[in-house]
Write a protein that binds this ligand. Structure first.
Ligand code: SAM
Length: 295
């Protein structure tokens, strides 16, 4: 069954006495061509297991189930479980569980549901989501930093967030999120999605982004934790020079020593943090971890 028109969405919400909750990012996709285009971007085959975050009324779920071997949906709103049962009736390869994507251990869930075929010790799986906007950044950061055994993510996010994910050094959109995403994945903005294809209509346009997860980070670093500490420090105070931003951060390294370290890695201390590329952040991290403060 398809719920990709305003009439169908209204009807099912009314029948189950549900309201769209803004606080949970509940803007449902009502364009079946766009739903099909998003799912097609995940390049699904019967060999795939796909996790969907926030199936809602199943706009992406039904299509993914038609193409993938199995679909596991994680929906926070208990109220949507019954309507989803109706929408997904007859599809044997879909399971929706109630849970919070900010808390679930995805590798473990997948491992349990597939008896170890997929998950941490098993094969890599895919992730699909029309993301609830209020959790996009923390959720993405979590999915990346937990090193889940993912091969690919296809996500719909606010256009402004999509611009941050693909931003290059020196641009106003380049920040800690850009570095994290590009460190762990090859990222591509696939297409824009106008706000008019959602019910209710949100305030901003969206975009679909594909992240092909790297087997190894884009740049090798001796200590990933320090790398991200340095990145956070560099972007923490965007109007300061890199030297001042790092010196007033929680890195705990003296300013004069920092100046010496920056120069030793060929980075001008007067540059702004947002001009550093991944390789420069990696070089700086590797020098910092050699200091006695980090031993
Ligand atoms: N996939 C549907 C679609 O494309 O029409 C719904 C997308 S809607 C933008 C976001 C969905 O995520 C809603 O169903 C919402 O209830 C759910 N959601 C919100 N926060 C969540 C969380 N923390 N964990 C899991 N699902 C969540």
């Amino acid at each position: 069954m398809e719920v990709t028109s305003p009439v169908a969405v209204r009807d099912i919400l009314n029948r189950y006495r549900l309201a769209c909750r803004k606080s949970r990012g509940q803007n449902f996709l009502i364009d079946h061509n766009i739903a099909a285009k998003i799912v097609a971007a995940a390049d699904l085959s019967p060999a795939d297991l796909v996790v969907e975050i926030g199936p809602g009324l199943g706009a992406l779920t039904t299509r993914a189930a038609g193409l993938a071997g199995r679909v596991l949906g994680v929906e926070i709103d208990r109220g949507f479980l019954l309507p989803l049962e109706e929408v997904l009736a007859g599809l044997q390869n879909v399971l929706v569980i109630q849970g919070d994507a900010l808390e679930i251990d995805f590798d473990r869930l997948v491992q349990e549901q597939t008896e170890g075929v997929f998950g941490r010790e098993g094969k890599r799986y895919k992730l699909l989501a029309n993301l609830p906007y209020y959790i996009t950044s923390p959720l993405l950061m979590r999915l990346l930093h937990e090193h889940y055994n993912l091969s690919l993510m296809v996500i719909m996010v606010q256009l402004e967030v999509a611009a941050r994910l693909v931003a290059m050094p020196g641009s106003k959109d380049y920040g800690a999120l850009s570095v994290a995403v590009q460190f762990f994945a090859e990222v591509k903005l696939l297409f824009r999605v106008p706000k008019t294809v959602f019910f209710p209509v949100p305030a901003v346009d969206s975009a679909v982004v594909r992240l092909v997860m790297r087997q190894r980070p884009a740049v090798p670093v001796q200590d990933e934790k320090t790398f991200f500490k340095v990145v956070r420090a560099a972007f923490g105070k965007r109007r300061k020079t890199l030297l001042n931003a790092l010196a007033t951060s929680d890195l705990g390294v003296d300013k004069e020593l920092l100046k010496t370290v920056l120069r030793s890695c060929g980075i001008n201390p007067d540059r702004r943090g947002e001009t550093l590329c991944l390789a420069e952040f990696a070089r700086l991290t590797d020098s910092l971890v050699k200091l006695k403060e980090y031993r």
